[in-house]
Design a protein around this ligand. Structure first.
Ligand SMILES: N[C@@H](CCC(=O)N[C@@H](CS)C(=O)NCC(=O)O)C(=O)O
Length: 239
């Protein structure tokens, strides 16, 4: 009888949702996937809230560790990195630096770009055009991308020459600058880093799981996916 994989991943095709998928594909680890339908609010159902009290994706359950549950995408990456001894350097300083850039993504890039997206892609098309908020989040996102650009000067990845969980967490967000309508003009180191990770087959494969959403990256079927996204998050706008 085939054994079940340790990791059961609950996720959807979003910037946070792709983080564990990128890790698992890059590390070539077998996992079971349950696609959560955000449009149907599956993430708010009772069974899912027992796993993730925040009612958001992603979440993992580790069957190999007494069905231990981990939520919050940064914590999931950290847990997987320790379990599989991958993408988190062993040396004390490089390890701390990796966690610093992971926190920078979780506390800065994600929330700011997320709000830039929300106000422009979800609220504005439904009649809530908030110029002050849009300007605030777009300007702050651009500033944070400039910080990444400076960090990437003369090195391939966020922490030296090794691909780490900091890159895994940051790439889906920063690479979605098109969706957040944040310019990356003049950020040459950042663009070179995009190109480097765009060329990683496992990461690109992960971006099609559970399904592709290339509109976030300004590529392919943009009009159709913009319409689908508007439908998906329609009920999130409160008057
Ligand atoms: N801090 C959380 C954020 C998770 C999050 O915001 N997930 C979004 C998708 S990117 C979600 O589930 N949205 C649906 C909802 O809020 O109901 C993490 O990093 O895991």
């Amino acid at each position: 009888m085939a054994t079940q994989p340790d990791i059961h991943l609950y996720t959807a095709s979003t910037m946070n949702g792709w983080k564990p998928t990128i890790f698992l594909e890059e590390a070539k680890i077998d996992y079971e996937l349950t696609a959560i339908d955000l449009g149907k609010k599956t993430q708010k159902s009772d069974w899912y809230l027992k796993l993730n009290p925040n009612g958001r994706i992603p979440t993992i359950v580790d069957r190999g560790n007494d069905d231990f549950v981990v939520f919050e995408s940064g914590a999931i990456l950290w847990y997987l990195a320790e379990k599989y001894n991958k993408f988190l350097p062993q040396g004390e300083k490089a390890r701390s630096q990796t966690l610093q850039w992971l926190m920078f993504q979780m506390a800065g890039i994600g929330p700011m770009m997320g709000q830039a997206m929300y106000f422009q892609r979800i609220a504005a098309p439904q009649g809530h055009e908030e110029a002050f908020s849009i300007n605030r989040y777009v300007t702050e996102s651009r500033r944070l991308l400039e910080v990444l650009n400076t960090q990437l000067k003369g090195q391939d990845y966020l922490v030296g020459d090794k691909f780490t969980i900091a890159d895994i967490a940051t790439y889906p967000w920063a690479r979605s600058y098109y969706w957040a309508k944040v310019s990356v003009a003049g950020l040459d180191n950042l663009q070179a880093w995009f190109n480097r990770i765009d060329a990683r087959p496992a990461t690109q494969r992960a971006l099609e799981i559970p399904k592709p959403y290339w509109a976030f990256f300004g590529k392919r079927d943009i009009a159709a996916q913009e319409a689908e996204n508007a439908e998906r998050f329609k009920s999130d706008v409160k008057s």
